[in-house]
Design a protein around this ligand. Structure first.
Ligand SMILES: NC(=O)c1ccc[n+]([C@@H]2O[C@H](COP(=O)([O-])OP(=O)(O)OC[C@H]3O[C@@H](n4cnc5c(N)ncnc54)[C@H](O)[C@@H]3O)[C@@H](O)[C@H]2O)c1
Length: 325
């Protein structure tokens, strides 16, 4: 397929682009480079532009035609979204809407969308199934839930088929060591713990009195290479069945924050200090996905999502990046 990848210069997008190309798809990346890196796009054309500008979309992509879009481009810092809701609603909704208008005009039939478990807020039941009630607890989560509804209406009215993939926690780095996670600021636990190991800094663990086995929060981590594969399966599914659908993407079990930190210590060989801090508001004790639907319908079977592989790939990438600084 000829695939337009928005946000393909970012973390998950760039690793997905590599897999798409490896599997024989033709790819064009559209990215503003506000949070991504042009060095991440080496094997396909990169169009630098902002989804907030319909002209930049139209002019930048004029020479191409596409069979499908994978839409990663968004802002994703939960904390920042609560301080600056305008920035998040504008980028994640208006940007997405401009993309849908482009797809409508250029008759692009399929879109795979990066949604998130943050649309559920604190889950009422575990594991989290696709039809569980959505109660986002942040503007970021709300923007993703709202865009899922926009996709529903663009299918109803214009027949654009969408596959919403709600990632739980994306983690790890490319298996070949070429690409990894670099958000600014970085808030995700694995890269933060790795930076503590690399710089021998103290790690802040938020809350150790949750009703979990070791008292720390539990999350479902999915290796970014597995996540990339899920997008390719989603494209195939959309093309074969020509219908919209939604999948929760996790591995169906969680690791606690303490287990994650201990694994970073084991893999790095550095026993960095850990400070226990107050709980953060809005952190649910346990979140993990029900992965039955993604397994049975998409045929999604994660291969790299055990904690040791996740942390080892992330560690190798961060270590080599630091060595080149
Ligand atoms: N990282 C996670 O754990 C996680 C979990 C759930 C969902 N997601 C979703 O996955 C997607 C990708 O996340 P990531 O971790 O790779 O983030 P990232 O910040 O590394 O990548 C996002 C990319 O989108 C680009 N972008 C943002 N707004 C744009 C715009 N208006 N026009 C053009 N390009 C724009 C950025 O420059 C960046 O390259 C996001 O939509 C995010 O909400 C991520």
């Amino acid at each position: 397929m000829r695939v337009l990848v928005t946000g393909g210069a970012g973390y998950i997008g760039s690793i997905t682009v590599k897999q798409l190309i490896k599997e024989g798809h033709e790819v064009v990346v559209f990215d503003s480079l506000k949070c991504g890196f042009k060095e991440n796009v080496t094997e396909c054309p990169l169009v630098v532009g902002d989804l907030l500008s319909p002209e930049e979309i139209k002019n930048g992509l004029d020479q191409y035609t596409f069979d499908a879009v994978i839409h990663f481009a968004a802002y994703l810092q939960v904390g920042e979204s609560m301080q600056n809701p305008y920035k998040y609603f504008q980028n994640n909704l208006i940007g997405g809407l401009n993309l849908l208008e482009y797809m409508k005009e250029r008759k692009v039939p399929y879109i795979v969308f990066s949604s998130t478990s943050a649309i559920f807020g604190t889950p009422e039941e575990l594991p989290v199934k696709e039809d569980q009630e959505k109660r986002p607890e942040s503007v970021y989560g709300e923007s993703k839930a709202m865009f899922e509804r926009m996709l529903h209406w663009y299918d109803e009215i214009f027949g654009i088929k969408s596959i919403c993939l709600r990632y739980f926690n994306a983690a790890g780095a490319a298996i070949d060591g070429s690409l990894g996670e670099a958000h600014n600021p970085e808030t995700h636990i694995i890269p933060v713990a790795i930076s503590c190991a690399l710089e021998n800094k103290s790690f802040s663990l938020f809350g150790n009195d949750y009703p979990t086995e070791d008292g720390t929060c539990v999350r479902d981590y999915i290796h970014v290479e597995d996540l990339a594969e899920a997008h390719i399966l989603a494209l195939k599914y959309a093309e074969e069945y020509k219908k919209s659908d939604i999948f929760n993407l996790g591995v169906g079990r969680g690791y606690s924050n303490k287990e994650v930190v201990d694994m970073v210590k084991k893999v790095s060989g550095v026993d960095f200090p850990v400070e226990i801090k107050e709980r953060r508001s809005g952190d649910a004790a346990i979140v993990y996905a029900d992965n039955e639907k993604s397994q049975n319908i998409l045929g999604f079977h994660p291969q790299y999502s055990d904690l040791e592989t996740i942390v080892t790939t992330a560690w190798n990438w961060h270590k080599s990046k630091k060595a080149h600084e």
